[in-house]
Design a protein around this ligand. Structure first.
Ligand code: ADP
Ligand code: MG
Length: 262
């Protein structure tokens, strides 16, 4: 059982306190504390298996945590408060809250049988039951924003990996999320396509989107992150501004990791 605290008094977009998560006997998140203020970018770095994806999944209601608590925009993940008591969320409420968080994966997961524009319009129409006209306008504007205004009628298979990932980002934005989670968004891309996706993400950050980004792109993290957190073995080994973590890492494990990826 998790042990959430009632009444999350915070201005932060994301707060994680003492978060633990096990799969069977294997504890993969071992007491993580992290915080992301509105408009800030948190980059998560760490070796494979350190728990980065699991942590994102916990923020996004895809995993139940075993201890500690997470809040998004002042609401406890998995619970609602009523008259000072906590109640577990029903599926419909979980779905509503998840629809306010955008997530972009290494694999783009576009709907192959839908055009680019239809990919963007799908969730606002089907999940939110919004009117088609405004959704279409918003979607076309988003395609323009990610540099793909001319691809509205194309199908995913006709696009490069970098273009597909930019569509995936635009599709997440079509739900007007208050938080964007990225799980190694450029790891599946050919090197020459990485830059165009990072440019879109940089633009989002500049526009004030709150973002949690799992990435091995140190240059991006150094430039865009407000905070970099280095995870290893399910714990935050160290966290701080990029200049501190990259230029003056305090822990041997961070130094060893950076020596391998830089
Ligand atoms: P990272 O994203 O940092 O590479 P993950 O969060 O994917 O790490 O995984 C952390 C650990 O949890 C790994 O040892 C992985 O094998 C394990 N793990 C992840 N998901 C599951 C699952 N659904 N069932 C069992 N073990 C899992
Ligand atoms: Mg991962």
């Amino acid at each position: 059982m998790s042990t959430p605290q009632p009444a999350v008094e915070t201005r932060s977009m994301v707060v994680a306190r003492g978060v633990r998560k096990s799969y069977g006997a294997h504890e993969v998140i071992k007491g993580v504390d992290l915080e992301v203020a509105p408009g800030e970018v948190l980059c998560l770095l760490g070796p494979s298996g350190s728990g980065k994806s699991t942590f994102l999944r916990c923020i996004n209601h895809l995993e139940q945590i075993d201890a500690g608590w997470i809040s998004v925009d002042g609401e406890l993940v998995g619970y609602r408060e009523h008259r000072g008591r906590l109640y577990e969320l029903r599926d419909a409420e979980i779905a509503r809250r998840r629809s306010e968080i955008g997530m972009v994966f290494q694999q783009f997961n576009l709907f192959p049988h839908l055009s680019v524009l239809e990919n963007l319009m799908q969730a606002p129409l089907r999940v939110r039951r919004e009117a088609a006209g405004p959704v279409r306008e918003r979607s076309l504007a988003l395609l323009d924003r990610v540099g793909l205004a001319d691809k509205a009628g194309a199908y995913p298979r006709q696009l490069s990996g970098g273009q597909q990932q930019r569509v995936a980002i635009a599709r997440a934005l079509a739900m007007q999320p208050k938080l964007m989670l990225f799980d190694e968004p450029t790891s599946a891309l050919d090197p020459e396509l990485v830059g165009e996706v990072l440019d879109v993400m940089r633009g989002l950050a500049d526009d004030g989107m709150t973002m949690v980004v799992v990435t091995h792109e140190i240059g991006f993290a150094r430039e865009v992150a407000d905070t970099v957190a280095f995870l290893d073995g399910g714990v935050v080994v160290e966290a701080g501004p990029p200049s501190q973590v990259f230029d003056a890492p305090q822990h041997e494990r961070t130094r060893a990791f950076l020596a391998r990826v830089l």
